[in-house]
Design a protein around this ligand. Structure first.
Ligand SMILES: *[C@@H]1O[C@H](CO)[C@@H](O)[C@H](O)[C@H]1NC(C)=O
Ligand SMILES: *[C@@H]1O[C@H](CO)[C@@H](O)[C@H](O)[C@H]1NC(C)=O
Length: 418
C-alpha cells in the first residue's frame, strides 16, 4: 500500500516536472515535452555543478552529450566514414562508396549555440550519412572550437578556415568533388556560421571556386532584437528558451553573463547606444551602428500577419554598457543579418528552413526577405508545426515526424539545386 502511494506520488511529481503547456499545433507535443524535460534536467544539473564550482556548466553538458550521443566513425555498405581534418580543423568525412566519379560536396556546421555538440553526435552523423548517400555527395562535418574556451571570432575563423580548405583544389581533387557543385550548410548556430562563411567567401574575388548554394536550417542571425514576434510568441516554448539564446550569444561574443537582462530588455540596441557605437567603430569593424535598425526592422521586413499581434520594443534610451563591453554585437561576421544589401547580392542561392515554434523563426524570415531584396534566389521552407532543433531529432531514438519531413525536404531541395 505504502509502496503504491510512493509510486503514485513519484509519478505525479514526474508528470508535473515533464508536463508543460505547449502551443496547440506543435508536432508530437508529448515527444517534445519528454525531450525538453530531459534537456532541462541536464541544464539544471549543470547549473548546480557550475554554481558549486565543480566545473563549467558547458563542460558538464558536453560531457553528457558526448557520453549519450557520440558515435564512432563507422563505415557502412554505402558510405565510408572517417575522422580527419580540414584546414587544420577536425572534421568527420562521409564518402559514398559508389556512384558518379565526380561527387557533389557539402560542408556542414553543427548546431549547439557555438558551445555544445559535435560532428560526432549520432544526430549529425545520421544526417550527414543520409546526405552522402541520397545526394551522392562527399560531406565534411566540421568540429569547430566551442565556448567557453573559444569565443568569437574563433568559431567563425575555424568555420572559415575549414571552408577555404574545402574549396581548395587539392581537397576537391583528393576527394573527387565537382567544383561546380558545392554547398555550405548548418543548423542553428551552425546555420549562423554557414551564412557568415557564405557571405565572406562569395565576395572574395581572389577565390576561383565558390559555393553554388547555401542551406540554412533554423539559423540564428542577429543579437540586437530579442523582441521579434517569434521571440515574443515562443519565449516559453521548448527547447530553445529566450534567455537561453541570450546566454548563448553572450558566451559566443565573450560578454559577461550579467548582461543577460539588459539584452533581454533590448536596452543594448536602443537608438542611443547604436548611434554611439557608430561613432566609435574602428576600421576593422564596419560602421553599421544606427543603420543596423533598418536591417532588422521586422515591422518592415515581415508580412503583416506575422507582426500585427506584436509591438516592437524599440527604445529611445537604454544602456551603452553592453555595446561598449561586447562590440561584436554589431559585427556582421557574428550577425549575418546585418550585412549590407550590396554584400548580400553576391551570396549563393539559398534555402532557409524555419519553424513556427522557434524564437529564431524571424531571424530566418528576415534573412529570406533581405536576400531576396538583394536579388538572391531563395527557397523559404517554413514548418507550421516545427520547433527549434527538430531536424536534429529526425533520427533514432526520437524520430520526430516534423524533423523527418524537414530532413527529407532539405535533402530533396539539395538534390534539385546542387
Ligand atoms: C521600421 O519600419 C516601419 C515601417 O516601414 C517604419 O515606420 C519605422 O519607422 C521603422 N523603424 C525603424 C526604427 O527604422
Ligand atoms: C533598460 O533601460 C531603461 C531605460 O534606461 C531602464 O529603466 C531599465 O532599468 C533598463 N533595464 C535593464 C534590464 O537594464
Amino acid at each position: 500500500m505504502r509502496l503504491r502511494l510512493a509510486g503514485a506520488v513519484l509519478l505525479a511529481a514526474a508528470s508535473y516536472y515533464v508536463y508543460l503547456p505547449l502551443p496547440s499545433g506543435v508536432s508530437e507535443p508529448w515527444k517534445l515535452m519528454l525531450l525538453d524535460a530531459l534537456i532541462r534536467g541536464f541544464m539544471r544539473a549543470s547549473d548546480v555543478a557550475h554554481a558549486l564550482g565543480v566545473c563549467h556548466r558547458l563542460h558538464l553538458l558536453n560531457r553528457v552529450v558526448s557520453w549519450v550521443e557520440e558515435v564512432e566513425p563507422r563505415s557502412c555498405s554505402a558510405v565510408h566514414v572517417s575522422d580527419s581534418s580540414l584546414g587544420g580543423v577536425p572534421a568527420r568525412v562521409f564518402r559514398p562508396k559508389a556512384g558518379r566519379r565526380l561527387k557533389r560536396g557539402v560542408i556542414y556546421f553543427h548546431g549547439g549555440g557555438w558551445a555544445l555538440g559535435s560532428a560526432r553526435m549520432r544526430a549529425y552523423d545520421s544526417l550527414c550519412r543520409k546526405m552522402a548517400e541520397d545526394l551522392d555527395s562527399v560531406v565534411m562535418s566540421v568540429d569547430y572550437r566551442l565556448a567557453p574556451e573559444a569565443v568569437f571570432p574563433d568559431q567563425y575563423h575555424d568555420a572559415l578556415a575549414a571552408a577555404r580548405a574545402f574549396l581548395s583544389a587539392p581537397v576537391l581533387e583528393r576527394h573527387g568533388i565537382d567544383p561546380e557543385r558545392l554547398c555550405v550548410s548548418g543548423d542553428s548556430a551552425g546555420g549562423n556560421l554557414a551564412a557568415a562563411v557564405a557571405q565572406e567567401l562569395s565576395s572574395d574575388d581572389a577565390l576561383p571556386v565558390k559555393f553554388k548554394v547555401q542551406a540554412l536550417i533554423y539559423p540564428v542571425l542577429q543579437a540586437l532584437d530579442f523582441h521579434t514576434p517569434s521571440y515574443q510568441q515562443n519565449r516559453a516554448v521548448p527547447i530553445l528558451y529566450r534567455p537561453v539564446m541570450a546566454r548563448f550569444w553572450l558566451q559566443y561574443l565573450g560578454g559577461d553573463a550579467s548582461l543577460e537582462p539588459l539584452l533581454l530588455a533590448n536596452n543594448h540596441s536602443s537608438l542611443e547606444p547604436l548611434l554611439l557605437a557608430n561613432n566609435h567603430s574602428s576600421l576593422d569593424q564596419p560602421a553599421i551602428g544606427a543603420g543596423a535598425c533598418s536591417k532588422l526592422n521586422w515591422t518592415a521586413l515581415l508580412p503583416a500577419e506575422r507582426t500585427e499581434r506584436f509591438r516592437p520594443a524599440t527604445r529611445e534610451t537604454g544602456s551603452s554598457r553592453a555595446m561598449a563591453a561586447v562590440p561584436a554585437l554589431l559585427d556582421v561576421r557574428a550577425a549575418p543579418l546585418l550585412a549590407e544589401l550590396g554584400a548580400l547580392a553576391a551570396a549563393p542561392r539559398a534555402y532557409v528552413m524555419t519553424c513556427e515554434f522557434d524564437v529564431l523563426r524571424d531571424d530566418g524570415l528576415m534573412y529570406v526577405r533581405r536576400l531576396r531584396d538583394a536579388g538572391v534566389p531563395v527557397t523559404s521552407d517554413h514548418y507550421e508545426d516545427g520547433f527549434h532543433g527538430c531536424m536534429a531529432f529526425a533520427f533514432a531514438p526520437v524520430w520526430s515526424s516534423v524533423g523527418r519531413k524537414s530532413a527529407d525536404n532539405y535533402v530533396r531541395w539539395l538534390d534539385q539545386n546542387l
